[in-house]
Design a protein around this ligand. Structure first.
Ligand code: GLP
Length: 260
């Protein structure tokens, strides 16, 4: 894992936006995996700023989001579909036909999951997958103890995740219990993963992901088995890491071509 630690959430969002914009500029027909939640918002704002300054175009990108709530139609303000349109898609030059989210409102959810996997395959697989991390170590909506070999599927949220995500709803009762999420195998097939975490609330999950045993108890720990992962943290999210100074030493001593 490449671990990049910055003093503030703003500085780490800048690094994340640099990683994303670099690959967009370098690769034609890029397939980008995207995440929702509070964490990537600053990164999206920075990408929009680059686009508005004429320095970044998404015209040749195809996107696939990680997850969606079951039962919330795209026009529902609390859906991830709505989140993506208002926080990125509608503000850059992405072709709407090239943006994809799991369909949590499909009449046949299992069919929708298979269809989503097929679409990712048809697009040639994901080049760069942006990830956040739940306080319990989930990635996408793959909750602890779920299969580490999963593909896009319907998951039941843990009570902790319902509580954590209730800030985006009027009350916890309104948070859907079910979600559609890319599976762990789907995520692991992305050629490069970029995981962002900020704030002390994530510090324990970050420690388990990077320095703990690979275990379904912390789904993000499976990323230790991925050949190319960049983790961008702020100091608060990094504060429980046992060898934080070592990660900083490694970053300082990288050769130019070794940097994301
Ligand atoms: C949510 C999303 C994840 C996200 C994580 C952290 O439940 N499904 O994809 O990475 O939890 O969210 P936040 O960034 O708001 O802390």
């Amino acid at each position: 894992m490449e671990i990049l630690i910055r003093d503030t959430p703003e500085a780490s969002a800048q690094v994340a936006a640099d990683v994303v914009s670099k690959i967009i500029r370098e690769r034609a027909n890029l397939v980008l995996g995207l995440a929702t939640g509070g964490t990537p918002l600053r990164m999206y704002q920075e990408l929009i700023r680059m686009h508005q300054a004429g320095k970044l175009s998404f015209q040749n990108c195809t996107t696939f989001n990680l997850d969606e709530y079951v039962g919330l139609p795209p026009e529902d303000e609390r859906s991830y579909n709505h989140y993506m349109r208002s926080n990125l898609f509608d503000r850059v030059d992405l072709d709407p036909a090239q943006t994809h989210l799991p369909d949590g409102d499909a009449p046949d959810l299992r069919e929708a999951c298979r269809d989503y996997e097929q679409k990712i395959k048809d697009a040639g697989g994901i080049d760069l997958q942006v990830l956040g991390i739940g306080a319990n170590g989930h990635i996408g909506f793959n909750e602890p103890t779920g299969s580490l070999a999963s593909r896009t599927w319907v998951k039941i949220l843990s009570e902790q995740t319902i509580r954590d995500n209730s800030v985006y709803f009027d009350n916890p009762e309104e948070v859907p219990r079910h979600v559609v999420t890319m599976g762990i195998s789907t995520i692991m097939e992305a050629r490069h993963c970029l995981l962002l975490a900020s704030g002390a609330k994530k510090a324990n999950a970050v420690r388990r992901m990077i320095e703990g045993a690979v275990s379904a108890s912390c789904p993000a720990s499976i990323l230790q088995m991925h050949p190319r992962v960049t983790v961008v943290l702020d100091e608060e999210a990094a504060y429980l890491l046992a060898v934080k100074e070592h990660y900083k030493w490694i970053e300082r001593n990288k050769l130019d071509w070794q940097r994301y």
